[in-house]
Design a protein around this ligand. Structure first.
Ligand SMILES: Nc1nc2c(c(=O)[nH]1)N[C@H]1C(S)=C(S)[C@@H](COP(=O)(O)O)O[C@H]1N2
Ligand SMILES: [Mo]
Length: 316
C-alpha cells in the first residue's frame, strides 16, 4: 500500500511537480516575498499566474509521482463537453465559469444561494495530492487545490434528517454542448451518504497545480472523493441538497448493473464487463506495467469503517 499521508514538512514543492510554469510561479512569489513586495505581489503577477494567495500545504499526499498538467487537462471525462477523452479540452475552452452561484437546499438549518466567491471564502484552501481512479481502468495523480467538504457542509447546519447529500452539475446546453445529446440524463447528479461526506478526505476542489480549475476539470468548483471511482467526483457544481433518502445518481440510472451508488474503488469486485484488479497509469509509456488497484484506492485506514458489515459485492 502506498504512503497515504505524509507529514507537511516532508512535502517539498519541488517534490510535487516538475511543471515549469508552476515552478516559475512559485519562484516569482518567493522573489516577491524576499524583496518585500508582499502586498504588491498579487498585482505584479502576470495574467497567466493567477494563483490562490493563501494555499497551505496539507498532509494529504499519495507520495506518488504527479501527472503532468498536460495529462490532467487533455485526458478527461466530462460528458457535458463530449464523450471523447480529448473533447473536454477541445470544447470547454469558451465555457465561462463566472459569475457562478451555488444553491444549498434540503435538510439543513442554513440553506441559501451563494456566489462562488462568498461560498468558498470561509474555508482554508490546501493542496491535496490524490489519485483519481476512473472506473474505466486508468488512474492519474492530481495536485488539487480545495477545501474540506465536511467543513463546508457543517456551515449549512444539516439537521437530523440529513442522511445523504446530493450534488448537481450546471444544466445549460448552450454553454455545455454535450448536453444536446442524450448520452446521459442531464443534469449530472451524484451523491454521498452523510457520514461519507463528513469524512476528512473529500474536498471541494477549486483548482489544480496551484491555479484555478481548468474548465475541462470541472470549473469553477467540483467534488473530489479519493476512495471512490472518478465518476463520483462530480464537476461544475451548482446545487448541494441534503436529503433523507438516497439520491438517484446519473451513472446508476443509466446502467444500474454496472454503476452502484457506493462505487468504492475495489480490485476484488469486477465491473460486469472488465476486471478492476489493475489500472493503467496515464502518462507512462504503453509498455509500462499496469498498477495494482488498491482497495478504497489506498484509503482503507480512513474509510473502511464506513462500510463495516456491508456486503461490498451487493453495495458496489
Ligand atoms: N458533471 C460531470 N462530472 C464528472 C464527469 C462528467 O461526465 N460530468 N465525469 C466523471 C468521471 S467518469 C471521471 S473519471 C472524472 C474525471 O475527472 P478529470 O477529468 O478532472 O480527471 O470526472 C467525473 N465527474
Ligand atoms: Mo471515470
Amino acid at each position: 500500500m502506498a504512503i497515504l499521508i505524509k507529514k507537511p514538512n516532508a512535502i517539498k514543492a519541488s517534490e510535487i511537480t516538475p511543471e515549469p510554469v508552476y515552478l516559475d510561479r512559485r519562484r516569482f512569489m518567493q522573489q516577491s516575498l524576499a524583496t518585500g513586495f508582499l502586498l504588491a505581489a498579487d498585482a505584479m503577477l502576470p495574467a497567466w499566474a493567477k494563483r490562490w494567495p493563501e494555499l497551505s500545504k496539507s498532509v494529504f499526499n499519495t507520495g506518488d509521482e504527479v501527472n503532468s498538467f498536460e495529462d490532467i487537462t487533455h485526458y478527461n471525462n466530462f460528458y457535458e463537453f463530449g464523450t471523447g477523452k480529448k473533447d473536454p479540452q477541445k470544447n470547454a475552452g469558451s465555457f465561462n465559469p463566472r459569475p457562478w452561484s451555488i444553491a444549498v437546499e434540503g435538510e439543513c438549518d442554513k440553506p441559501g444561494v451563494f456566489n462562488l466567491e462568498d461560498f468558498i471564502k470561509p474555508y482554508a484552501l490546501e493542496e491535496r495530492i490524490y489519485r483519481l481512479r476512473c472506473v474505466e481502468g486508468w488512474s492519474m495523480v492530481i495536485p488539487w487545490v480545495g477545501f474540506s467538504l465536511a467543513d463546508m457542509l457543517k456551515t449549512f447546519a444539516p439537521n437530523s434528517k440529513a442522511k445523504y447529500v446530493e450534488f448537481t452539475t450546471l444544466l445549460d446546453k448552450s454553454r455545455m454542448p454535450g448536453q444536446k445529446r442524450r448520452v446521459l440524463r442531464w443534469p449530472y447528479v451524484e451523491g454521498l451518504r452523510i457520514d461519507e461526506a463528513m469524512n476528512p478526505l473529500p474536498i471541494m476542489a477549486v483548482g489544480l497545480y496551484g491555479d484555478t480549475l481548468p474548465n475541462q476539470n470541472g470549473a469553477p468548483i467540483r467534488l473530489v472523493v479519493p476512495w471512490k471511482y472518478g465518476f463520483k467526483s462530480i464537476k461544475s457544481i451548482v446545487k448541494i441538497r441534503f436529503t433523507e433518502t438516497q439520491p438517484r445518481t446519473t451513472w446508476n440510472l443509466s446502467a444500474p448493473k454496472e454503476y452502484g451508488f457506493y462505487s468504492n474503488v475495489n480490485p476484488i469486485v469486477d465491473h460486469p464487463r472488465w476486471s478492476q484488479k489493475k489500472e493503467r497509469v496515464i502518462g507512462l509509456p504503453f509498455w509500462a506495467p499496469k498498477r495494482d488497484t488498491e482497495l478504497y484506492n489506498g484509503y482503507g485506514e480512513q474509510v473502511a469503517h464506513l462500510y463495516q458489515g456491508m456486503d461490498l459485492r451487493k453495495n458496489f
